[in-house]
Design a protein around this ligand. Structure first.
Ligand code: HEC
Ligand code: CU
Length: 395
């Protein structure tokens, strides 16, 4: 008896553990808590289908289990009655599923149209470009390019124009909504339709950091192709735009050394940093790299030690990438020949490329309009109109 029980327990344990794992921690990529109408429409459909099919599953399995037990073969039992077709039963099991499918189809078709919205006039256009294996984000109207992490204002429609630089990727930030294919721009012969380029129009309705990833297998490092949407209040978004378009001046000594090494190395052939002579576009734009959530599109945390390792060993840490290491070539590019000292200095430089924190200084005086005629003096510790440039001195 005991033995039988422990055998059961041992078989069930992994399943129970997996189920319990569903109750732990917080899930940045949870899909049932969308922060946009666009995602909500999809979740509503999902919920509708689930709530219709769960009872059906329970009834079908229940009836099946009952029949299997109740009418199982017994020694000496009677021969079961043979049934050859029954119009009544066949009509029932055709009509009921047809009604269920109809109930699901009507809102689904409505949703499909709702999710294909044209780009509205006042939308913020953001081009999201997939690369093996990182994401590029371009803001054509603002003249900003960034990578792997992008900012959007809450409450304003954002038009994500999706395209790929190479193979098919898929854009997926679960809390914003479902995934959508990111197709390459392919030059096609005359008369042949080019591949359709997708877009998503959505409005994020609460501020936060939303993690996502590529959802279409796209090669060796597909699993390390993550991204983050940072949704902020409109005035913080404006401050971000301002900060992204202003040149950086490194302050600390080591960062200055790193700056000089960066600017005279091959880095600038592939990377751009706003306001400097680095204008390469083969790799991710590194403006405000110090603020990014990760190094290598989700490969590791953005710390100076990790950055040093990345600069020395990138092609060993992330397989298949175009970025060479200090000793190992990658993508046909020669090694950068950086010493560990050099790499530490460059890491310090990149870490110093930071947005002001907070993006918009908290008002120390009441935010009321100044009395007419009186120039409002900036309160102590308050920065000049818009905070910009490198890490500000602590107030
Ligand atoms: C041949 C082009 C090339 C060269 C040269 C190059 N890189 Fe890169 N770099 C890339 C590519 C491509 C990536 C994206 C790799 C990935 O994540 O898949 C990258 C990624 C990075 C990242 C991570 C960015 C992020 O958002 O995670 C940093 C930092 C970086 N490179 C710094 C440097 C520095 C510093 C140098 C010079 C020592 C350098 N790179 C030289 C192509 C290059
Ligand atoms: Cu991909």
């Amino acid at each position: 008896m005991r033995d039988g029980f422990s055998k059961y327990a041992r078989r069930l344990a992994p399943g129970v553990l997996i189920l319990l794992a569903g109750c732990a921690g917080d899930y940045p990529q949870i899909m049932t808590q969308p922060v946009s109408e666009w995602g909500q429409i999809q979740i509503d459909i999902w919920a509708l289908v689930t709530w219709w099919t769960v009872p059906i599953l329970v009834i079908v399995i229940g009836v099946l289990a009952f029949i299997l037990v109740r009418f199982r073969e017994r020694p000496g039992g009677p021969e079961p009655k043979h049934v050859y077709g029954s119009t009544k039963i066949e009509v029932i099991w055709t009509v009921i599923p047809a009604i269920i499918v109809l109930i699901i189809a009507i809102p689904t078709i409505q949703a499909i149209f709702a999710l294909q919205e044209e780009v509205p006039e006042d939308a913020l256009v953001v081009e999201a470009i997939g690369h093996q294996w990182w994401w590029e984000f371009r803001y054509p109207e603002e003249g900003i390019i960034t990578a792997n992490q992008f900012y959007v204002p809450v409450g304003r429609p954002v038009a994500l124009m999706l395209r790929s630089n190479d193979v098919i990727h898929s854009f997926w930030i679960p809390r914003l909504g479902g995934k959508r294919d990111v197709n390459p721009v392919v030059r096609t012969p005359e008369g042949v339709e080019p591949m359709h380029l997708n877009h998503i129009v959505l409005t994020v309705d609460s501020a936060g950091e939303y993690l996502g990833q590529c959802a279409e297998f796209c090669g060796t490092s597909h699993a390390i192709m993550r991204m983050m949407a940072v949704a902020v209040e409109p005035e913080e978004y404006d401050a971000w735009v301002e900060a992204m378009t202003v040149p950086e001046e490194p302050e600390a000594d080591l960062a200055q050394v790193g700056h000089d090494i960066f600017m005279r190395s091959t880095c600038i052939a592939c990377h751009a940093i706003e306001g400097t002579r680095a204008q390469g576009r083969l790799g991710p734009d590194l403006t405000m790299m110090g603020d990014r959530f990760s190094i290598g599109a989700g490969l590791m945390a953005n710390t100076e030690e990790n950055m040093t390792e990345w600069l020395l060993h990138a092609p060993e840490l992330k397989k298949g990438i175009l970025m060479p290491g200090a000793r190992v070539e990658a993508g046909g590019m020669p090694p950068t020949a950086l010493s560990r000292e050099d790499a530490r200095a460059v890491a310090a430089y990149l870490a110093s490329l930071r947005l002001p924190d907070p993006l918009v200084p908290a008002p120390t005086a009441p935010a009321a309009d100044p009395p007419a005629g009186a120039e409002r003096e900036p309160a102590a510790g308050e920065r000049e109109p818009l905070p910009m440039g490198p890490e500000p001195e602590s107030d």
